[in-house]
Design a protein around this ligand. Structure first.
Ligand SMILES: C[S@@+](CC[C@H](N)C(=O)[O-])C[C@H]1O[C@@H](n2cnc3c(N)ncnc32)[C@H](O)[C@@H]1O
Length: 381
């Protein structure tokens, strides 16, 4: 059996491992990682199987009931061509795979009621996510040295786009904390706040600290300014501590129990991730109206809980990486009905500069070529 024939055989084995979970388990990337570890796949094979699997998730309705030959042909046809995939594609991507069923089948029907997207946004969410980094110093030189093909964003000063398969974590600038991997849409959210107040900040759902580090950089030099980072997951906070040290950010303090009142509270809430379907296409098939409803309930409770840490005159900022109205405007509208002391504060669109007086922004994946996000800003009167 030739090398690509063996890769085909192994990929079909992986397909059968994942098949029972396609429409059930949001944790499938971990199953893929476990399978790769079990098979001791080398780095090039890992890249191949990852690309084939992510392509399969992206086009699931086109392949889930297909016979093995059609499945392989369609996945190979739609996979991104890289050094790791090129032989597989050359061998198995056949012309007959080029005429699949209509593209609308790749968009779950229920999402129309939550996010009525046009063709351009659907096409964008079907494409592979680009790779963006955030520069954590004022000096472009390190980025240009380590990533000669990097392109600086025309809209955000610290954002650089890299070729998809760039090894960022192996670069000296990454190891010394001069750059972090962060989607440009995620970076753009803090730039949508026209003014970042000085004082005490609470990043209530900090996770591993993507936005905490960015916030620290943007607040640098503001007098008497500190950031308390909190999350329910201790392991994420450990990772944040490593990143904090790497970036040399002294203003960040990690707390498992935040206390007192803050000038600004950031609630980057856990969500269905429907804005991240380019990066996590399996979520298209595991998210349901019911999981959206459950996410919205949890988000409402978190927002109300962390709102109690905002001092009078302080800001409450709510963020998600979802495009679902129930998790975004729905949560904020319900919150404001119960808490009329919080009034919307204007935002600025990070691409167009438009003033958003209603204090809400849905950042579309097409705005900056990113994932999709939502941000709302309110102030306690
Ligand atoms: C969207 S992620 C945060 C991403 C992070 N802010 C970043 O920029 O990388 C949501 C986070 O909320 C955390 N979370 C979930 N429930 C929580 C709770 N009750 N209190 C605090 N954090 C919670 C999760 O552990 C997860 O890290």
């Amino acid at each position: 059996m030739s090398r690509v024939e063996n890769q085909r055989r192994l990929f079909l084995e992986l397909v059968e491992v994942l098949r029972p979970h396609w429409r059930r388990d949001p944790g499938q990337p971990q199953r893929l990682a476990d399978w790769l570890a079990r098979h001791r796949a080398g780095s090039r094979d890992r890249r191949l199987y990852r690309e084939l699997t992510y392509t399969l998730w992206r086009i699931l309705p086109w392949v889930e009931d297909a016979d093995a030959e059609t499945l392989i042909a369609r996945v190979a046809h739609h996979a991104h061509r890289t050094p790791a995939t090129q032989d597989f594609i050359a061998r198995y991507a056949t012309a007959s795979a080029a005429t699949p069923p209509p593209a609308t089948a790749l968009w779950p029907e229920w999402i129309g009621a939550e996010f009525p997207a046009g063709d351009d946004i659907r096409d964008c969410l079907l494409s592979r996510a680009p790779l963006w980094i955030r520069q954590q110093s004022e000096d472009d030189a390190a980025v240009r040295r380590d990533f000669p093909a990097a392109e600086k964003s025309a809209y955000l000063p610290q954002a650089w786009r890299l070729p998809m398969d760039t090894n960022v974590v192996g670069a000296a600038s990454y190891r010394s904390g001069l750059v972090e991997i962060q989607d440009i849409g995620s970076q753009a959210l803090l730039h949508a706040l026209p003014h970042l107040p000085a004082g005490r900040w609470l990043d209530a759902c900090a996770g591993a600290g993507g936005k905490t580090l960015q916030l620290a950089q943007m607040l640098a030099g503001q007098p008497a300014t500190t950031i308390t980072a909190h999350d329910i997951r201790p392991r994420a906070l450990q990772e944040l501590e490593l990143r904090r040290r790497r970036a040399g950010q002294e203003t960040i303090t990690i707390r498992s129990h935040p206390e007192g009142l803050y000038d600004a509270v950031l609630v980057d809430a856990p969500c269905t991730g429907s804005g991240t379907w380019r990066r996590a296409p399996h979520l298209k098939w595991t998210t349901t109206p019911d999981s959206v409803r459950r996410a919205a309930e949890k988000q409402g409770a978190l927002l109300a809980h962390f709102a109690s840490f905002v001092k009078s005159g302080g800001d409450l900022i709510y963020l998600t990486c979802s495009l679902c109205a129930s998790e975004n405007h729905g949560v904020v509208a319900d919150f404001r009905t119960l808490h009329p002391e919080f009034a919307p504060q204007p935002l600025r669109h990070p691409r167009t500069g438009e003033n958003l007086a209603a204090g809400e922004l849905t950042l579309l994946p097409t705005d900056l070529d990113s994932d999709g996000y939502y941000v709302a800003r309110m102030r306690r009167n």
